[in-house]
Write a protein that binds this ligand. Sequence first.
Ligand SMILES: Cc1cc2nc3c(=O)[nH]c(=O)nc-3n(C[C@H](O)[C@H](O)[C@H](O)COP(=O)(O)O)c2cc1C
Length: 362
Amino acid sequence: MRWLENAVLKGLHKLDAETAHRMTVLALKSGLLPGGGADVDPRLSVKLWDLTFPNPLGMAAGFDKNGEVPDALLNLGFGFTEVGSVTPRPQPGNPKPRVFRLPGDQGVINRYGFNNEGHEALRRRLNARARLTGIVGINVGANKDAEDRVADYVAGIYEFADMASYFTVNISSPNTPGLRDLQARSALAELLTGVITARDECTRKLGRHVPVLLKIAPDVADEDLNDIVEEVLAKNVEGLIVSNTTIDREGLSGAGPASEAGGLSGRPLFRKSTIMLARARKLAGPDLPIIGVGGIDSAETAWIKITAGADLLQLYSSLVFKGPALVEEIVTGLAAKLDEHGLGSLREARDVNVEAWASEAA
Ligand SMILES: Cc1cc2nc3c(=O)[nH]c(=O)nc-3n(C[C@H](O)[C@H](O)[C@H](O)COP(=O)(O)O)c2cc1C
């Protein structure tokens, strides 16, 4: 089957990146892609909050913005998936072209700008899921023209509190002007107070507690990271996702559309996001769950993220270059890593390289 997948990938790369993405979603919808992950090593399961993740590898936000294929993604072997970012009202995003592959660097630049069909459409799709098992997080955002951004995030909490496995509050997309300003301390405090108050009200009303995670950019300065982690702990936010795409272009070969505006992801993001992850882990201490994301493209890079402080992992860009067989390759590769190191769980490996990564020059 590998040859067939390679042929399909080659064909997709002849198309522009956005069309290729759309075709992939359609293929997943129609069940054309093979399933995986049938027999997952039980040592890979991760228990966090009230959730048991069958394995630590998740599909990152942005691939399935409108909740069209959560079950197909889980079927590929992902331990969880995250839909969104979703905004209250539908919005078209930025003009095309707005996503670019950098094959020489194994990177992607996107400036989609939260194109999505809005709360109502996502709700309808998730309601219609035939199978209600599996962990599906919902990543909430704010409309570009929102007058009150905090109100948009809060609306996302009220809308989906009865169905989300967890919430991600995404304040780190570089493609909505001013959005990342919410990472500044006073704005963040106000946002987190609003979101957590709404979530707590939903917990009381629905008898269902949905953990809230904050997703941050890899470009925040050290002092700001310190403020962010302090606010997260003070407001009892249940976890961090480190990180979103970067506006940095360091380390790129310069080939291809490297100078396009937008957020850079994939292999060129690995080092920066892993340093940020280790620093966040050091600041947060051992108890705050952290999802490590940015440039994971192999079992080796997945393992490095865990040793740099991650409880769970997500990926997106490497799928563009390596195809869906990568999911199973990473999951089985992580089990082999446990064997190699004589460990019974990923938690035993977590943090062993936090100091080394945190002290790397960013
Ligand atoms: C095309 C594209 C669209 C994305 N859209 C979103 C989004 O809507 N919300 C979000 O939180 N992150 C979004 N991301 C960021 C990813 O979730 C992830 O944090 C980032 O790409 C780093 O992981 P990777 O190097 O494995 O791709 C997007 C990434 C890409 C490549």
